[in-house]
Design a protein around this ligand. Structure first.
Ligand SMILES: Cc1cc2nc3c(=O)[nH]c(=O)nc-3n(C[C@H](O)[C@H](O)[C@H](O)COP(=O)(O)OP(=O)(O)OC[C@H]3O[C@@H](n4cnc5c(N)ncnc54)[C@H](O)[C@@H]3O)c2cc1C
Length: 447
């Protein structure tokens, strides 16, 4: 049975308790860890309590928001797991165009609450992802060309530090901490409330255009030419995937979201893409913004086995195109995908040192998603992703996006923080000198 931790009200789950197994499971089915205790928090006071418990226990402390981190950092083997999933309050303030949300909230919940007031901000493209982990790592989303990354819309956050202090971080208070959490992930404390700037937006022109894989080189070339001067209003990616109809056909999908005010202008902006060859699917139409963020959900079932590899490309060359097409022709699992994301617009107009997240250049990121269902297929699928990354190596920059890093990517942590690493180490020494929050893409205070 769950027990209460005196003097607070945090529910503590131990192995064998009802709800323990549900609480320790996260999105990636590869992660099967057993915390000694799971502290299920419903308030900032609970989190303060749980941090004290973690400090006193002295072992590993894990922090779970939405549970989507593929590296599995949200759960610990044998340590204390601080579970924020029950913290789901959302307050929309249409007058100040802000939304304050707790860290257990998913993007589906956030988008729906904001949309009820005709408001929206940059958030994850799969609606079950948590707002907290995604934002603290940077936050790519359909609106990043128009409104910047998720961190660029973060106005303030309440943070419980390793010492158990509750600090409000913003541009006008605890500014260093505010800088650090905008890209530094969970290294500096636990965000118990996140306040976002939101923008007027009702509907978007969004959906998916798809072509057969056989037309792949031409389609990716068209994507490359099209994105060279994509308008800020447009978010677009290019994915090598299997058709969602179960036919087993491989396709090149172009999921997109145009957030401009004028539907005619939006139609004109994507005409060149629509005019490229006969698509096997043209499901682009006017839809509410929350809907465009659910279109990819079916491709990411909870509990599937995941192994991801990712890096920013130096260029989207013909060689890269040939390499990904060849790799996808041999992909061992129909659940796997190769996604090329395009970064431009507002997200790229922020100085690299203005936030802890540094990679503000225009260009492309490649995300290799190996995903499968049967544990017996693990080796084959992991090997496929690793071999593809090896082949792409001449075209990969040193830059990494920490939110996409796998459990075996710890060696790339400096590449994730780039020119900001040194300042982050100094701030880590100030806010978490004993490195209690180390189960993340870790900034070591001893560096
Ligand atoms: C299907 C899928 C789709 C995705 N789509 C996108 C996308 O569109 N854009 C994008 O940028 N990324 C995307 N990601 C990556 C995503 O941003 C990361 O996995 C992120 O870590 C998820 O956050 P979470 O809260 O759900 O995860 P969790 O696993 O709960 O948290 C990850 C880590 O973040 C830290 N953390 C979480 N909450 C807090 C908190 N309140 N305070 C302090 N630290 C905290 C902790 O270190 C934790 O271990 C996607 C991932 C998946 C699996």
């Amino acid at each position: 049975m769950p027990v209460s931790h005196d003097p607070g009200m945090t529910t503590l789950l131990k192995p064998g308790d009802a709800g323990y197994d549900d609480a320790r499971r996260i999105h990636n089915g590869m992660i099967d860890k057993h915390p000694a205790v799971i502290a299920r928090c419903t308030s900032t006071a609970d989190v303060v309590d749980a941090v004290r418990l973690g400090r006193e226990a002295g072992g590993e402390v894990a922090v779970r928001g939405g549970g989507h981190n593929v590296a599995g950092k949200a759960v610990t083997e044998g340590g204390v797991m601080i579970d924020l999933a029950p913290m789901r309050d959302i307050i929309v303030d249409p007058a100040t165009r802000t939304v304050r949300a707790q860290p257990g909230v998913t993007w589906a919940e956030f988008n729906d609450a904001a949309a009820a007031h005709g408001l929206a901000t940059t958030g994850g493209q799969v609606s079950s992802t948590g707002i907290a982990g995604l934002t603290l790592g940077g936050g790519f989303g359909w609106l990043m060309g128009k409104h910047g990354l998720a961190i660029d819309n973060l106005v303030s956050a309440d943070v419980v530090t390793a010492a158990g202090d509750v600090l409000t971080a913003s541009d006008t208070g605890n500014e260093d901490l505010f800088w650090a959490i905008r890209g530094g992930g969970g290294n500096f404390g636990i965000a118990t409330s996140l306040e976002f700037r939101v923008h007027p937006l009702d509907t978007v022109l969004g959906g998916i255009l798809a072509h057969p894989l056989a037309a792949g080189a031409g389609v990716i070339d068209a994507f490359r030419r099209f994105t060279a001067d994509a308008p800020d209003d447009l978010g677009i990616a290019c994915g090598l995937v299997h058709a969602p109809d179960g036919s087993g056909n491989k396709i090149i999908a172009l999921p997109l979201c145009h957030a401009g005010d004028d539907p005619q202008r939006a139609g004109a902006d994507i005409k060149a893409l629509r005019d490229f060859g006969p698509p096997v699917l043209d499901a682009v139409e006017v839809m509410p913004y929350p809907v465009v963020n659910t279109l990819l959900d079916g491709g990411f079932p909870k509990g599937a086995l995941n192994y991801w590899k990712s890096a920013f490309l130096t260029d989207l060359s013909d060689d890269v195109i040939a390499t990904v097409l060849d790799a996808y022709a041999q992909v061992p699992s129909p659940m796997s995908a190769i996604i090329i994301e395009h970064l431009h617009g507002q997200a790229t107009r922020v100085a690299p040192t203005a936030t802890a997240y540094p990679w503000r250049g225009t260009g492309y990121s490649v995300l290799v998603i190996a995903q499968w269902a049967d544990p017996a297929d693990t080796q084959t699928n992991v090997a496929w992703a690793q071999a593809l990354m090896q082949q792409l190596r001449p075209h990969l920059s040193e830059r990494r996006y920490m939110n996409y890093m796998s459990a075996d990517d710890a060696g790339f942590v400096r590449e994730a923080y780039g020119p900001n690493y040194h300042r982050l180490v100094e701030l880590k020494r100030r806010y978490d000198p004993t490195n209690m929050f180390r189960l993340n893409q870790n900034i070591d205070p001893k560096d």
